[in-house]
Every structure is written in C-alpha cells, then in structure tokens.
Design a binder for this molecule. Structure first.
Ligand SMILES: Nc1nc2c(ncn2[C@@H]2O[C@H](COP(=O)(O)OP(=O)(O)OP(=O)(O)O)[C@@H](O)[C@H]2O)c(=O)[nH]1
Ligand SMILES: [Mg+2]
Length: 202
C-alpha cells in the first residue's frame, strides 16, 4: 500500500485555477478526470493521497469547503478536477440551482474523460450520488465509484458494502466500476491510480 513509484505522474500535480463559473474553465486540448461527491465525502483528501501532496487540495472538517471547480494540472494536457460537494445542510434553492447549472456545464465539457464518484463507505448511494450517476449515464461519461474512508469499517463490513454497492449499481443498470479506498492508510490507491492512468492515457 501507499504511493508506489509508478504513480509518479500524479506527484507532478500543481494547482492550476479555481473556476467560479464556466467562463473560467480552462478548456483547450486536454484530458480531465473529475472527482465528485457529497460534501465531506473525502474528494479533496483522495486527490491529495493520489498525488502524495497533503497541501494540494484543501480539506476540511467543515462540510462545503470546496465551492469552486478546482483544477490541478499533471502536465500540459492532463488535469484532475475537484468538484464542489453537495448535500451539506439545507441550501437555499437558488444556491442549489446555481450548483446544478455549474455541474451541468462542467459535465458537458469535451475535455472530461471520466468521473470518480466518491462516497463515504458508511453512507453509500445517497440521492445525490444517484443524481451524479444518472447525469453521467445521460452524458455517456465513464464512472469509477470510490468508497472512501474504508479505514472506518472492519474488513468484513468493508467487503460486504463493496459487494452490495456493486450489485446495486448493476441492478440499476449503471456501468460503473467500484472499489474501496482510504485516504488515511492508502488502501486501494494503486487501483485508483491504474484507473486514472487508463483514462488519462498515462
Ligand atoms: N478516516 C478517514 N477520514 C477521511 C478520509 N478521507 C477524508 N477524510 C476526512 O473527512 C473530512 C472531509 O474530507 P475532505 O477531503 O475535505 O472532503 P471533501 O469531499 O473534499 O469535502 P468538501 O470540499 O466540503 O465537499 C476530513 O476531516 C478528512 O480528514 C479517509 O479515507 N479516512
Ligand atoms: Mg473538498
């Protein structure tokens, strides 16, 4: 476990830009993999673990920390994107609407190659997660589900949840891969890295 040497490409990650609206999306000829999920699920922590850089994406115990579309570049043609989380507290309708608009604009970017949908392994497949999966199916976007905070469950409960989520996805007709992950101890890191290398042609 931990960061193995074949994950070097991700260690090159550098902050690129925080976009508050689609006008600020960098666009151009590039491949992007985005991380989506409910607020506090562990998106920023997963990116930091993958890139072996604790200060890359800002993490917080306060939900709703990442409100912008944060871009990190691996090289001139490859990017990781930390999407704003959703589902914290009750947000006013106009805030939710503007988030939905931003998401829809982001998810239809031609640069987007694949979406990592992050769920807390203790609370998988909430309404919001299904909405992300539905959108991805609608936009024909490949999805990889990361059941994170796996360190919070014992081994038996972990593999049981993994099997259940996989089965549920299949029953609902979603063509997504799924794995357990922990930003804390690095479990599942190489599986995630392999998926992203495939998507990013690394
Ligand atoms: N034990 C454990 N804690 C984790 C893990 N990943 C994230 N956390 C904790 O969960 C909290 C939220 O993590 P973030 O990475 O900031 O979550 P986020 O999805 O980026 O949250 P927003 O930006 O608010 O949407 C922090 O306190 C992290 O330390 C993990 O794998 N294991
Ligand atoms: Mg975050």
């Amino acid at each position: 476990m931990g960061n193995s040497s074949n994950n070097q490409a991700f260690r090159q990650a550098r902050f690129l830009i925080s976009a508050a609206s689609s006008k600020q999306f960098p666009g151009g000829e590039a491949l992007e993999v985005a991380f989506a999920g409910r607020s506090n699920a562990g998106k920023s922590s997963a990116i930091n673990r993958l890139c072996d850089n604790r200060s890359l994406a800002r993490t917080s115990k306060t939900p709703g920390r990442t409100r912008l579309v944060n871009y990190f570049s691996l090289d001139d043609h490859r990017r990781l994107v930390d999407l704003p989380g959703y589902g914290y507290a009750k947000v006013p309708t106009d805030v939710r609407k503007s988030w939905e608009r931003l998401m829809e604009q982001y998810l239809t970017q031609p640069t987007l190659t694949g979406l990592v949908v992050i769920m807390d392994i203790r609370h998988p497949l909430k309404d919001f997660d299904r909405q992300m999966l539905e959108w991805s199916r609608h936009f024909e976007l490949p999805v990889h589900v990361l059941l994170t905070k796996a360190d919070k469950l014992k081994k038996g409960a972990r593999s049981k949840t993994l099997l259940q989520v996989d089965k549920q996805l299949r029953q609902e007709g979603f063509d997504a891969s799924v794995q357990a992950f922990s930003a804390l101890n690095g479990e599942g890191l190489d599986t995630l890295a392999d998926k992203l290398k495939d998507w990013l042609q690394l």
